[in-house]
Design a protein around this ligand. Structure first.
Ligand code: F6P
Length: 328
């Protein structure tokens, strides 16, 4: 496409995150504002493959800025990663005269978009929507702030009962291979130790740390365990290991699970989603393609998909230090 898009398709894909609805609202209203048509695509790349489309106007996204989940629904599509699946998707886009796409999701979503965009020379702009915050080229992803608040609220409650019984709680949080949720919620909730995949603490150091904190007079403790952490991968086994080696501890486990993905988005996530949604349509109008719109130092920016999805999650040493000092 050599000219500005006239009809933009939008979808949400991968694990949902609070604020995706706010991002959809911003994309739809931005299209209306610029006089472009907008089409909602249901169930991510699955709906794209099957042509499950619906025209959206400015009023069709009313009363959703405050709602968690995604009204377009989401899916993790295996078929879109086959050439045949992508061809089906392209044909549906052509039939509907859609000439550009906005995709909201995480690294799997952008990996699919990067291939498709190049294969068919089709303009696609991405918006980072995942609670994991594991995307390069943006300081924050939509839903991450809300998930942090959900985790902190839950741990505050766990702390009450931990304290009443002088117990140690292992609290498992999401994040796939990224420790961002664990590290930041751990600091915010005053955790004793934080186990993250980016840094292998090791079982022995964990035991030493717990011994030290008992000696220093602490009566109850919270250890936040990221689901991708090496020693925390089987959290129930880890609890057993601690009880066997430190008999002074009575251990309980809480797995927070998908509660972290739901709920009304925080104000931060609503504003972020609104800025990125507007930014995505602006980028398409500028003729950009194959890029993700992100937020860096509080400015809306764009980076190529390849850059957004590449590499390992960077560990923030300053946060590790803060966690160590404040749990002393
Ligand atoms: O990527 C978001 C996320 O919630 C991860 O934190 C988690 O590992 C994964 O999705 C769970 O995926 P599903 O809901 O498909 O089980």
């Amino acid at each position: 496409m050599d000219q500005s898009p006239r009809k933009i398709g939008v979808l949400t894909s991968g694990g949902d995150s609070p604020g995706m609805n706010a991002a959809l609202r911003a994309v739809v209203r931005s299209c209306a504002y610029h006089g472009l048509e907008c089409v909602g695509i249901y169930r991510g790349y699955e709906g794209l493959r099957e042509g499950d489309f619906k025209e959206l106007d400015a009023r069709s996204v009313k009363n959703i800025i405050n709602r968690g989940g995604t009204f377009l629904k989401s899916a993790r599509s295996k078929e879109f990663f086959t050439k045949e699946g992508r061809l089906q998707a392209f044909n549906h886009l052509k039939q509907a005269s859609i000439d550009a796409l906005v995709v909201i999701g995480g690294d799997g979503t952008f990996a699919g978009a990067a291939v498709f965009s190049k294969e068919f020379n089709f303009p696609i702009v991405g918006i980072p929507g995942t609670i994991d915050n594991d995307i390069n080229g943006t300081d924050f992803t939509i839903g991450y702030d809300t998930a942090l608040n959900t985790v902190v609220e839950a741990i505050d409650k766990i702390r009450d009962t931990a304290n009443s019984h002088n117990r140690l709680f292992l609290v498992e949080v999401m994040g796939r291979d990224a420790g961002d949720i664990a590290l930041n919620a751990g600091i915010g909730a005053g955790a004793e130790e934080i186990l993250i995949p980016e840094e292998d603490l090791g079982k022995d150091r964990l035991l030493e740390s717990l011994k030290r904190s008992k000696k220093s007079g602490k009566t109850s403790s919270i250890v936040v365990v990221s689901e991708g952490d090496q020693i925390g991968k089987n959290i129930f086994e880890l609890a057993k290991f601690i009880e066997e080696n430190l008999t002074e501890y009575e251990v309980r486990v809480t797995v927070l699970g998908h509660i972290q993905r739901g709920g009304a988005p925080s104000c931060y996530d609503r504003v972020l989603a609104s800025r990125l949604g507007v930014g995505a349509v602006d980028a398409l109008l500028r003729g950009e393609k194959n890029v993700m719109i992100g937020i860096v130092h509080n400015k809306v920016t764009s980076v190529p998909f390849e850059q957004a999805i590449k590499g390992e999650n960077e560990l923030d040493r300053e946060l590790i230090r803060v966690a160590d000092i404040t749990s002393f």
